[in-house]
Design a protein around this ligand. Structure first.
Ligand code: ZN
Length: 253
């Protein structure tokens, strides 16, 4: 009974905070990556955005006090990767931290020899360990413009990746997508990217993808949602497994 009441209250809050049709239209108009969604998908995006605005915390940093105009596009973009998978994929974090512009992020990382490397500024690194997604609104504005860049998708891809325990480019896979298929496909695309870089050819994916398998996955997700037709043409197998993972086929629109 209590669970049902709580769910109903959450649903009411989400409905109250969801973008109005006009607000959603304005966001879609400003971000081309959203324009390939049909009417049914846009309605789903609107609903999910309401749940994100109601169920997640949005904190400002670096002097920013985010208002609805700041948070709403972040929520809409965050809804995109989970459009057909639902918010359970975001169960391990509850907070977005928003900066107005680029911020210095130093991560604590353990290398292959077990050595821990710490940067000067641990603020964002500590936040990462607790799960928040840290975003620069200036970069959010530049995301999803058809250039293969999408900071919200990138950071959320790391969150989805982490559901399997490690951020290593291997997220939990849905039914029908075999781990061996995933590894073979991403390894093949990873090898081609590195061959391009070594040969001095400009790769289709942002060269940052060569940093690690985790970054490769996150950058591939950016391309999947921002330049899907190009990704499908350049890396059809990579497109196929991402399409299966997200249960979306953005290149057809
Ligand atoms: Zn990354």
């Amino acid at each position: 009974m209590l669970g049902r009441l709580l769910r109903r209250r959450r649903a009411r809050e989400a409905a109250a905070l969801a973008p109005t049709p006009d607000e959603l239209a304005a966001v879609v108009a400003a971000w081309p990556c959203l324009q390939r969604l049909d009417a049914r998908q846009r309605e789903r995006l609107r609903e999910l955005s309401g749940h994100i605005l109601a169920g997640f915390e949005f904190h400002g940093a670096g002097g920013l006090e985010p208002d609805r105009a700041d948070c709403l596009p972040v929520a809409v973009h965050a809804a995109l990767p989970v459009l057909n998978r639902g918010l359970d994929w975001y169960r391990d974090f509850r907070t977005f931290i928003l900066y107005a512009d680029e911020f210095e992020v130093e991560l604590e990382e353990t290398d292959e020899d077990g050595l821990v490397h710490r940067g000067r500024d641990l603020r964002a690194g500590e936040a990462w360990e607790l799960g928040p997604v840290v975003l620069s609104l200036a970069d959010v504005a530049e995301s999803g413009q058809g250039l293969g860049f999408h900071v919200v998708v990138h950071e959320l891809a790391h969150q989805i990746d982490r559901l399997s325990g490690d951020i290593d480019g291997a997220p939990p896979l849905p039914r029908g997508l075999a781990h061996a298929d995933w590894v073979r496909t991403l390894t093949g695309a990873w090898d081609r990217l590195n061959a391009d870089l070594e040969a001095g050819r400009e790769p289709f994916l942002d060269p940052y993808a060569a940093e690690s398998p985790a970054e490769f996955f996150a950058v591939a997700c950016e391309a999947f949602f921002d330049v899907p037709a190009g990704l499908r043409a350049e890396e059809p197998e990579l497109y196929r497994v991402l399409s299966h993972l997200f249960d979306q086929d953005p290149a057809v629109h």
